[in-house]
Design a protein. Structure first.
Ligand code: HEM
Ligand SMILES: [Ca+2]
Length: 676
């Protein structure tokens, strides 16, 4: 993990990157910064009274475990053999995130490992998937845990819309993609032969024995859905690691690699590499490439459509190409991706009007930069407070409400990499918010129909049928999301990617299995890493988990030390004002702190005048960026929206005409002085 963020690594980059050669005090700083999280001791502090007093106790500090012997000789393990990039200062972010951190140009880029706050936990200490209890017996089966602990209770959220749930998947896809997951159609194109550990009929294959990446989820004998049908397994392929790529010595634990930029930089729109970025640009007017059908703009067709959209009934059916391979996974996700693509082009068209002398590249980069700022603002000031609690965000310096002018909190010593605990455990808790049936809502906000999610996995054609696009957008902002609790919708626990079968996969079982695949530390160890009281017995867990759930855990696990983070984290009572328990809240808060202060291009940062927005531009982004306006501006013909679009319509959040909603004033980007 961060083990090689050490002086040796730092010297490597400093020596091979002439433009960054630093001497004197700055060099000392670079060496210290090279220790990354080890020197950057960060404190997460709590808010308000809660059942878990300790979370609100003095501090939590994240320091990484000491590097194992030999780690110091291995600077390449961080970049997995990639040559350190040569950085020149640029007004714009690179597409792949390189050189965001000028001292650590590879921080936050694709094909680097996730970070961790707690030590690895593999069966063999270095890479084998966790299967064994401390007692030596097998751990409880992932599917069994899903069935026993995460039923479909359909308890709906009284305040927040489905848009809150769905935007979460957008935020996630911007930040992480566990690499080498080749089984699901939503990820890299599958190489079926190599990765079919369990075939389409639910039978274990020969590959399951020959491919060490196979870790199929076995169907328990008492499975009410799959056992009667004779299903043996669900496919599961392990995530690619530093060891798979041969860039870690045998005594260093494997770390999973990510495929996208860690930065909140709309890599889902613009791609995480030049190879992804090139085919989606129009190379004209700074626009993204679109196809016009039915008088509306849609993303271009994925050349690999028969693989990516495998449920499509003909190769001519729409299957979109965007910056993210998962775009076609479910209709609501695709809806928001189309909104974002159109928003780029809307901004680009306005800039082109205002600045006829700008070329394609300038318009593209300026539009991208404004778009990213807008989404960062929505994420930090409108979306995240719903999940993390406003007070918590203020106290932990994730937001500065009421700030005028810049917030110069960029810290080059903070590694913006995504924490494994965040992407593999904590943020997946919000799979609990998913609703299986998506309402289609008219302009007068009446339900005119509903679609079943599992009928439309990897089939984005739905968006273009009978004006469904607007109906889906209004559905997102009208239908309540599911409550944040231990209930997971059966559309994702019994029917995930079911294709033409009656039943399908189980996302919760996959979350649990993935946690073991990634060698996540146990629930107890992770609590300790967060500075929360670590239960020693099952009874100790009663302080933050209900009696029924503790009893169920005790029934399933041989010892408290075996309890998975993914499992017990989702059983903790929510912290008041937040949508997760103390452990997940700690992890997610830490993540979004790093994502903010580890991003040199964060929109509120004004330290570098070549990068910063002008104070009036920043002011306009703060006043004009909103989820409501974003949806209004980029739907086909929606006329009205409630101002707080993550929140249900109510007498304090009534529908208003779209045109009356505040907007970013793009005339502030008119280049009168030839400045840009
Ligand atoms: C709307 C329907 C959704 C579906 C069908 C879905 C499906 C999936 C699937 C299949 C995976 C990979 C599972 C694995 O094999 O490990 C995944 C990963 C993940 N999902 Fe979801 N998801 C949905 C929504 C969400 C939402 C709303 C959130 C959070 C707010 C979320 C957060 C995550 C995260 C953090 C990961 C791990 C990403 C990575 O590291 O690769 N998902 N999801
Ligand atoms: Ca990104």
């Amino acid at each position: 993990i961060h083990l090689s963020y050490r002086p040796s690594t730092s010297q490597l980059f400093l020596q091979t990157t002439p433009s960054l050669h630093i001497t004197g005090p700055a060099a000392t700083f670079a060496r210290v910064a090279a220790f990354g999280p080890q020197t950057e001791r960060r404190r997460v502090t709590g808010f308000g009274p809660t059942p878990d007093a300790a979370f609100f106790g003095p501090t939590t500090s994240f320091s990484n475990p000491p590097p194992p012997p030999g780690a110091d000789q291995d600077p390449a393990s961080q970049t997995c053999g990639l040559a350190p990039p040569f950085c020149t200062k640029s007004r714009y972010r690179s597409i792949d995130g390189t050189c965001n951190n000028l001292e650590r140009p590879h921080w936050g880029i694709p094909n680097t490992p996730f970070g961790r706050i707690a030590p690895v936990n593999y069966d063999d200490g270095v890479s084998a998937i966790k299967t064994l209890s401390k007692t030596g017996r097998p751990l409880p089966n992932s599917r069994e845990l899903s069935l026993q602990l995460f039923p479909d209770l359909q308890i709906i959220d009284p305040v927040w819309t489905l848009n809150t749930q769905q935007w979460g998947q957008i935020v996630t896809h911007d930040m992480a993609l566990s690499a080498g997951e080749v089984q699901a159609p939503d990820f890299n194109p599958p190489n079926k032969e190599l990765t079919d550990c369990c075939d389409d009929n639910g039978r274990l294959t020969f590959t399951a024995q020959t491919n060490p990446s196979c870790a199929p989820i076995l169907i328990p004998r008492n499975d009410p859905v799959h056992a009667p049908r004779g299903t043996q397994c669900m496919n599961f392929v392990r995530t690619g690691t530093t060891r798979d790529r041969g860039c870690t010595p045998p005594n260093i634990p494997a770390e999973q690699l990510t495929s996208v930029t860690a930065f909140m930089d709309l890599s889902i729109v613009y791609g995480s590499s030049q190879t992804q970025a090139n085919p989606i640009r129009a190379r004209q007017g700074g626009r993204l490439l679109t196809i016009v059908r039915g008088g509306r703009e849609w993303p271009p067709q994925d050349p690999n459509s028969t693989v990516i959209c495998e449920t499509a009934q003909s190769p001519n059916e729409p299957c979109y190409l965007t910056g993210d391979i998962r775009v076609n996974q479910n209709p609501q996700l695709t809806t928001l991706q189309v909104v974002l693509m159109r928003e780029h082009n809307r901004i680009a068209d306005a800039l082109a009007q205002l600045n006829p002398h700008w070329n394609d590249e300038t318009i593209f980069q300026e539009a991208r930069r404004i778009h990213i700022a807008e989404i960062q603002h929505i994420n930090y000031y409108e979306y995240l407070p719903i999940l993390l609690g406003f007070e918590n965000m203020v106290k932990n310096k994730l937001i500065y409400p009421g700030a005028h002018g810049y917030v110069n909190d960029y810290n080059p010593g903070v590694d913006p990499s995504i924490l494994n605990e965040h992407t593999t455990a904590a943020f997946r808790h919000f799979h609990s918010l998913i609703r299986g049936y998506l309402k289609l809502i008219s302009e007068s906000r009446r339900a005119i129909g509903a679609v079943r999610m599992s009928d439309w996995f990897t089939r984005p054609q739905l968006l273009e049928l009978d004006n469904a696009f607007d109906h889906l957008v209004r559905g997102l902002t009208t239908q309540p999301q599911d409550f944040s609790d231990q209930s997971f919708d059966s559309e994702i626990t019994q029917f995930l990617f079911k294709r033409n079968n009656t039943f399908g996969g189980d996302l919760r079982a996959r979350d649990i299995q993935r946690g073991r695949d990634h060698g996540l530390a146990s629930y107890i160890t992770t609590r300790a890493a967060c500075g929360l009281p670590a239960p020693k017995t099952f009874a100790d867990m009663l302080d933050f988990i209900s009696q029924e759930n503790v009893a169920a855990l005790q029934n399933l696990y041989a010892t408290p030390e075996d309890v998975d983070l993914v499992v017990a984290g989702s059983l903790e009572r929510n912290v008041p004002g937040a949508q997760a328990g103390p452990t997940f809240l700690c992890i997610i808060t830490e993540q979004f702190y790093r994502t903010r202060v580890g991003d040199r291009y964060f929109y509120e940062n004004g330290a570098d005048p070549d990068i910063a927005f002008t104070p009036s531009q920043l002011d306009s982004i703060r006043k004009g960026a909103s989820m409501a306006r974003l949806l209004c501006d980029n739907s086909d013909g929606i006329q009205s929206m409630q101002p707080r679009a993550f929140q249900q319509i109510s007498h304090t959040n009534e529908l208003v005409p779209c045109a009356s909603l505040p907007a970013i004033d793009l005339t502030l980007w008119q280049d009168a002085r030839g400045h840009f």
